[in-house]
Ligand binder design. Sequence first.
Ligand code: FAD
Length: 292
Amino acid sequence: MNLTELSKTKTIFSLEVFPPKKTSPNSTVLDTISKFKAVNPDFISVTLGAGGSNHFEGTIEVADIIQNQLGIEAVAHVPGLYQSKQDVLKLLDKLNSINVENVLALRGDHIPERKPVGDFNHANELVEFIKENRPEFDVTGACYPNCHQDSKDFIDDIANLKRKVECGADHLITQLFFDNNAFYDFYEKTRIAGINVPIEAGIMPCTNKNQIDRITAITGVPVPRKFRAILDRYADNKEAMRDAGIAFAVDQIIDLVSQGVDGIHLYTMNRADIACRIYEDTKSVFKAAEVK
Ligand code: FAD
């Protein structure tokens, strides 16, 4: 079932994984990804090209395992900046051949020393291209409760997001955020602007300080006082930091689901143990949300 149909039926619980290193043997890849079946996700998305590469074999391999061996809906990420139209068509045809019908169309991050190909300078161009050339795909886009770093303001960011939806994005997933109020304000802005597709909230359980420093530096996402205090107090205590990071994410999720969010997308960093704990602590909340 594609994501658009799925989101009409329930509060979605989905995961993001990344392809293991190119050198990992197939059995390790299967082992890593299989562990996520225990959390019963509605779909699992697979990143592509962090760092701007267009080696999509790893993404295809993992999407194939998810879709055809685990029997879970797979979503392949497709960043456009460093891909030509031909590359994208090749990737889509490959995904078609393994029955993957959902893609997350992205611009990708600029890499200072690399020149973009020039076929897709913004995600909306890629969304439009996919819808025109391979309309059988359900296309998701990214969005930013704390505003994208490149935007001059929220008005600019929401106008660009609206264009992306008008070009064919059927579903949106947010960048991670730590303050639910930022999500609620953002959601309201999208509805005022006439953006009416489902928006899943992206939650990252942050269980070590280095990870959060790196991610907030890349994304510019602010760290609220409540979470900063956890980092300051527990950064050097591995166990306490893990427990506090998980509890913080669980708290965010329970609040969002109670307020009727369309779905939760968990950035797992390939940590099935953490995803399992979050699932155990929230599964009754998701189940109760289905009883409308
Ligand atoms: P866009 O929608 O193009 O937006 C980027 C900026 O340009 C924004 O400021 C926007 O307001 C502005 N803009 C948009 N359209 C226009 C236009 N037509 N004209 C002028 N300005 C415009 N990166 C990867 O490389 N691989 C991944 O697998 C990956 N997965 C991700 C998953 C999620 C859920 C998210 C939120 C991000 C992911 N990223 C990934 C990172 C993403 O590539 C970056 O956040 C990137 O900086 C922006 O991508 P976008 O698709 O939102 O771009």
